[in-house]
Design a protein around this ligand. Structure first.
Ligand SMILES: Nc1ncnc2c1ncn2[C@@H]1O[C@H](COP(=O)(O)OP(=O)(O)OP(=O)(O)O)[C@@H](O)[C@H]1O
Ligand SMILES: [Mg+2]
Length: 321
């Protein structure tokens, strides 16, 4: 280390000095390389400012150059969509996100349903997000970070947003300060409208999951959603069949209110992977309404979501290779 560079030793007094990977001083120019991994944007800027000020105050320093590195891991974006409403997208998105988090990933969840944001209810959290420098800071719940369009309006106000208002609000959620989140799961409204298109165009999901119930009517709509993602070159990771098969809690007899196996057959026909089947379960419905997501528990439903999360992680590895 030159005597000149030695002068920068005083920066060790900064509590985050451990992040300084390299320091150099040459002809009055101090150059620092700082590892900003895992820092939220606001903290990263604060650290940069503080080091800049501390270095500028050192005698002989005329100019400070700071390179903040490795600030963000690549964030994988998974869109959860469906052709038809009410098939369980939000339930699947929330529980999938929780199962992914339980498998050790850092996960964020975006509730992009303009017409009926439901994640605050599903996750049992009515905490409002804060904002810094005009950027939203997600709320933490169930081991996830999440943001909902419901956060941007007061409860009970039906969102009659269309076009630019809805897509602008969605962009605010996706571009929020997700910190070190590696995976972002986006719960879409049903169908193939503006919100879906704008997400695809602006945020380029790494993969899409289509949720369908087993009956034909739902599957026809699912095919339409798959078409949209395919046309826009978003890899369709596969179809999840939800509400397949019902075990009567009283007599134990199994029945298939919406049929069964339809999505698996359809996925073969359309040529997309079949990701798994989640049974119609009164426990899922009750726990979801009560803000206790089944994937966070230890019942058979948690196992089903953990299996689904593992299958989806593998599918993502394949498309990203
Ligand atoms: N496997 C399941 N077993 C029992 N109930 C379920 C299951 N999946 C979802 N539900 C229930 O079905 C209802 C609709 O689910 P959800 O809100 O997740 O659907 P959605 O596709 O997101 O609806 P929307 O199109 O309105 O956004 C909810 O009451 C939910 O608790
Ligand atoms: Mg929904």
């Amino acid at each position: 280390m030159t005597v000149e560079t030695d002068a920068l030793g005083i920066l060790d007094r900064h509590p985050e000095a451990g992040r300084i990977r390299s320091r150099r001083m040459n002809k009055g120019v101090a150059t620092l390389i700082v590892d900003a991994s895992g820092l939220r944007d606001a903290d990263r800027s604060k650290l940069e400012r503080e080091l800049h000020d501390a270095a500028s105050a050192i005698e002989g320093v005329d100019e400070v150059r700071i390179a903040m590195t490795a600030s963000q891991p690549h964030r994988t974006l998974i869109a959860v969509g469906s052709g038809k409403g009410g098939v369980g997208k939000s339930t699947v998105a929330a529980n999938l996100a929780i199962a992914l988090a339980r498998s050790g990933k850092k996960v964020g969840l975006v509730d992009a349903d303009v017409y009926g944001p439901s994640q605050p209810t599903l996750l049992g959290s009515d905490t409002k997000p804060t904002a810094e420098d005009d950027r939203l800071i997600p709320v933490e719940a169930q081991g996830l970070k999440f943001l909902s369009l419901g956060h941007l309006v007061s409860p009970g106000h039906a969102l009659a947003w269309r076009g630019p208002m809805a897509t602008g609000a969605l962009a605010k959620l996706v571009d929020a300060d997700w910190g070190d989140a590696e995976v972002l799961v986006v719960d879409l409204p049903p169908g193939t409208g503006d919100v879906q298109l704008s997400l695809i165009q602006k945020s380029r999901p790494d993969g899409a999951i289509i949720v369908s119930t087993p009956q034909d009517l739902s599957l026809i709509d699912a095919t339409r959603a798959i078409d949209l993602f395919r046309k826009m070159n978003v890899p369709v990771l596969g179809i999840v069949e939800n509400m397949a098969g019902y075990i009567c809690p009283h007599c134990g007899e199994g029945s298939d209110p919406f049929g069964s196996g339809g999505a698996e057959a359809a996925s073969k026909e359309i040529g997309v992977p079949f990701l798994g089947r989640l049974p119609l379960s009164a426990a899922v419905r009750a726990a979801s309404d009560a803000g206790r997501p089944p994937a966070a528990g230890d019942g058979p439903e948690a196992k089903a979501f953990a299996d689904l999360a593992a299958t989806i992680s593998e599918a993502l590895e394949r498309v990203r290779r």
